[in-house]
Each structure stands twice: as structure tokens, then as C-alpha cells.
Design a protein around this ligand. Structure first.
Ligand SMILES: [Fe+2]
Ligand SMILES: [Fe+2]
Length: 229
């Protein structure tokens, strides 16, 4: 049990969706900060390790189709595209209009929504470029490698993976800023429906991105690098 504290949170989250959910609920960064040990991550998030260890130990069996560590890599890429890339694009499109409207209407009384709009614009542009690179450079390369294709544009995944990892960290940084500026996505008492919908939507996007980045940085990328060796 104590050994778990010395393990990397990214590896713990990779073992089961239950573990990832326990960490997410405790406010532990297991995707961009996945290389920290559980002990370090608990200290950083000011979480008592005892309760967390108990919750992690109480894990149900990994459901069929959610064993991302053993799933064929091509299926993992399909899952990322069909689930997370689709969700991200739809959420960005919806929250774009909503964040602009809330900033315009409520910016004077609540200056934080103007800052939230500004941070959202950076997130939107960064993620749009990021998804494009994964879909058009990295993922096709991994698929080609799996199929034994030769003469591909890239000769190694390590460069693109390095860039994607760095961009994941930048995304994590913007998500932390959004959470801070919105007081943990708590709307003020006078918030209208759009204001509430914006905060709820941003919180959903955050949770989905955590899982998405986790599957890439902690599972897909290390498995791809192992394929190269
Ligand atoms: Fe992705
Ligand atoms: Fe990514």
C-alpha cells in the first residue's frame, strides 16, 4: 500500500478509469503532472494520502473496452479521435459564442469573465492547432508504423511527441488559470443562465481534457515510443 505513494500518478491513473476518477475528484493533476509520485502530488494538492489510498484500493474491475493500457494502439487512437477530439471541437465551438456573450454582457460587473474570455481564446486556438497536428502528423505516423509502412514523412515519433507533451502542459496551465479565475467554476449569485452554462461547460471541457491528455501523455505516447525501440 505504502509503495503506491512512490508510484507516478500517471501510471496509477493508467491502471484503471476508476483510479483516474479518484484522482480527478481529489483535484490531483494526473495528466500533465503525471510524472510526479503520488506522495508529491498529494502534498501539492494538499490532499491527505490515507483517504486517497483507501479509495484507490477499492477499485472495481476495469470495464470491457476501457483497458487502454492493453487495447490495440489503433483502437486507442480511434477512441481518442471519436470520443475526445469530437467532444473538444464541439465544446470549443459552443463555448466560443457563450464566453464572448458573457464577457460582453457581464464584463463590467464581473471583470473576471473578460479574463476568462481571453484565456479561452488562447485555449481555443492552441487546441485547434494541436488537434490538427495529432490528426495529420502523429496519429497517421503511428498507424503507418503499426501497419509496417515504410517511406513515411517522419522517421521517428519522438520529435512530435515531445512537442505534443509540451503543448499538453501549456493546456494544463490555461485550464488551471480558468479554474482559478472562475473560483473553481462557481458562478456568482446573480449569474444568468448563459453565465451558468459557460461555467458548467468549461468544467466539462476541463474534465474531458484531463482524461484526453492522460490517455495520450501517459499511455499512447509511451506505448508509441516502446514500438519504436
Ligand atoms: Fe488528442
Ligand atoms: Fe493531445
Amino acid at each position: 500500500m505504502g509503495d503506491l505513494l512512490a508510484e507516478k500518478v500517471g501510471d496509477i491513473a493508467a491502471r484503471s478509469p476508476h483510479a483516474a476518477r479518484v484522482l480527478e475528484r481529489a483535484g490531483i493533476d494526473y495528466c500533465c503532472g503525471g510524472k510526479r509520485t503520488l506522495d508529491e502530488a498529494c502534498a501539492l494538492a494538499k490532499v491527505a494520502p490515507t483517504e486517497l489510498l483507501a479509495a484507490l484500493a477499492d477499485a472495481p474491475a476495469v470495464p470491457e473496452g476501457e483497458n487502454f493500457v492493453e487495447m490495440p494502439l489503433a483502437a486507442l487512437i480511434d477512441h481518442l479521435l471519436e470520443t475526445h477530439h469530437v467532444f473538444t471541437r464541439a465544446a470549443l465551438a459552443r463555448l466560443d459564442g457563450l464566453s464572448a456573450k458573457v464577457a460582453r454582457v457581464h464584463g463590467e460587473r464581473h471583470p473576471e469573465v473578460v479574463e476568462i474570455r481571453r484565456a479561452f481564446e488562447v485555449l481555443r486556438d492552441d487546441l485547434t492547432a494541436h488537434l490538427f497536428k495529432e490528426e495529420n502528423i502523429l496519429f497517421p505516423y503511428v498507424r503507418g508504423k503499426l501497419e509496417g509502412r515504410t517511406g513515411m514523412m517522419l522517421d521517428s515519433a519522438s520529435g512530435p511527441i515531445h512537442v505534443m507533451d509540451h503543448e499538453h502542459e501549456e493546456t494544463g496551465e490555461i485550464l488551471r488559470e480558468l479554474r482559478r479565475r472562475s473560483d473553481g467554476y462557481t458562478p456568482p449569485v446573480d449569474a444568468c443562465g448563459s453565465y451558468q452554462a459557460l461555467y458548467a461547460g468549461l468544467a466539462e471541457l476541463e474534465a474531458d481534457l484531463h482524461q484526453h491528455i492522460h490517455l495520450e501523455s501517459n499511455i499512447l505516447f509511451p506505448r508509441t515510443m516502446a514500438l519504436e525501440e
